[in-house]
Write a protein that binds this ligand. Structure first.
Ligand code: TYD
Ligand code: MG
Length: 465
């Protein structure tokens, strides 16, 4: 008979340890090892499947053959469909992760209502909220009349038994994966073992019946709560719902998608009547662009296939401290240090006695290195007190040698800038042929020094006027 042994499982990364330790060797997180029984079988499948049995032969097939085109259920909420790559895919599992309170349940309630109104069978199972709370939200969203089938339940077997009768649901929403538990595993709900076993059961349900399954998962910044991270590789698509506290904007970001593009974003605004789609995000992130103030530069960025213009704000002020402060919101602080070092080493711009603050407008977060040039321009502008031209966009990557490197999609970035009324651009040389021209002024510096000289030159030109 198999002996049940005690194991310790890291709640952050899911690695298995024989002994308890304060720190997980695998991921380096502290205090994440939790004792869990082994008869649930991490990595060895549910208990009932582990008893030795004779294997069943499966039919082998060929690479060629008919492919069923992934049939999708489009929600009609444009920004959501964009992020999923055109709608929920039948027979697939999708994970929607995000901080608690960001609006996951709101988004999915709206999607469920929209789909139910079109005649699809939608089942919404909540393990977190009582039916009354969900009804209250639906009333607030103005969708209480939609024929969504609702339940408050946390046991996987009960949920599967419930949806087994009647027409197969087109979409099954499970809010949230952390609250689910299955009889197959004997750990407490919310532990890695339970989350993994429950997710496995629901994914198996999706694959075998052809229903689309959406799993909601909470992630905390510290990664304290078990779950979504270990589910990520099991599901077909992963979307993260993000937003900065204090801002109303929410971004639905595709991190993984077996049936569509990644790096797509959907942009929403949280209002008192739920999430509103924002189809032109540039307008959100551009900030107030009336005053000519030093330290602001507009970055022409890309999010997946969509160009997004964002204002980058820098404040460089004399520091009273021995070690001046560097603070960044919405960008990588290591990258800021790099730009400062390049400006000091190659362009003779000194920040050693100055505090540097950098902010990306609208609570937006930039991950592209193409923002380097806009950041450098904002920094130099703030240090010198010279306002940059209000109708100019910047993009380009800066290398450690001070050279400006080309980035992809130059044409699309310029087109978006032109559409929003910008008339000039500072961009790398030779990125792509800049076609058109029609009055759009392009400055293509070879090195960062060229840009610094140009910004400093503005002062002289202004003085001469
Ligand atoms: P919720 O969808 O419950 O978040 P999650 O499921 O990710 O935990 O949304 C919670 C927040 O959204 C809450 O702070 C209230 C706010 N909200 C609105 O501002 N307007 C609305 O119409 C709704 C339904 C919620
Ligand atoms: Mg919720």
């Amino acid at each position: 008979m198999a002996k049940s042994r005690i194991q310790f499982i890291c709640q952050n990364c899911g690695s298995v340890h024989q002994r308890w330790a304060g720190k997980c060797d695998a991921c380096g997180e502290w205090n994440t090892l939790v004792e869990e029984g082994t008869n649930s079988g991490i990595g060895s499948g549910p208990a009932s499947l582990r008893s030795p049995r004779k294997g069943r032969a499966v039919a082998l097939t060929t690479l060629s053959g008919d492919i069923e085109d992934a049939p999708r259920i489009a929600s009609g909420i444009g920004e959501l469909d964009r992020a999923t790559g055109g709608g929920f895919v039948r027979g697939s599992a999708l994970l929607v992760g995000g901080d608690p309170g960001i609006g996951k349940s709101t988004l999915l309630t709206q999607a469920a209502a929209a789909l139910a109104a079109k005649g699809h069978r939608i089942v919404y199972v909540s393990g977190e909220e009582a039916v009354a709370q969900i009804r209250l939200r639906a009333q607030r969203l103005g969708v209480a009349a939609a024929p969504v089938e609702l339940a408050a339940e946390t046991n996987v077997e009960d949920i599967l038994a419930t949806i087994a009768d009647g027409r197969r649901p087109d979409l099954l929403i499970l809010d949230s994966i952390q609250t689910l538990w299955t009889d197959m595993a004997d750990s407490a709900p919310g532990t890695v073992t339970q989350v993994r076993s429950s997710a496995q059961a629901m994914i198996r349900y999706a694959k075998s019946t052809g229903a689309a399954v959406v799993l909601v998962g909470h992630v905390t910044k510290e990664g304290q709560i078990a779950g979504p991270r270990v589910v990520e590789h099991m599901v077909d698509a992963v979307l993260y719902f993000e937003g900065e506290g204090g801002h109303h904007y929410r971004i639905l970001r595709t991190v993984k998608n077996r049936f569509g593009p990644t790096d797509e974003i959907g942009v929403f605004e949280m209002s008192d009547k739920g999430l509103r789609e924002v189809s032109n995000p540039s307008e959100l992130f551009l900030g107030e662009r009336h005053a000519k103030s030093p330290g602001a530069a507009v970055f022409a960025g890309m999010e997946g296939t969509r160009p997004v213009l964002v204002e980058i704000q820098a404040l460089v002020a004399p520091s009273p401290l021995g070690t001046p402060r560097r603070a960044v919101v919405g960008w990588d602080s290591a990258r800021l240090s790099m730009i400062l070092a390049v400006l000091e080493a190659h362009c003779g711009v000194r920040f050693a006695t100055h505090d540097v603050y950098l902010n990306v407008a609208g609570g937006y977060r930039i991950t592209e290195p193409a923002a380097d040039l806009a950041v450098a321009a904002a920094l130099v502008s703030s240090l010198t007190g010279i306002a940059l031209p209000a109708d100019c966009v910047y993009f380009g990557e800066i290398s450690l040698s001070g050279a400006i490197r080309p980035v992809a999609h130059a044409q699309q970035r310029l087109k978006e800038a032109e559409k929003l009324g910008f008339g000039q651009a500072v961009l790398p040389r030779g990125s792509e042929e800049i076609s058109g021209g029609n009055g759009f002024g392009a400055f293509q510096p070879e090195t960062l020094t060229d840009l610094v000289v140009r910004i400093a030159g503005t002062l002289r030109r202004n003085a001469e006027d």
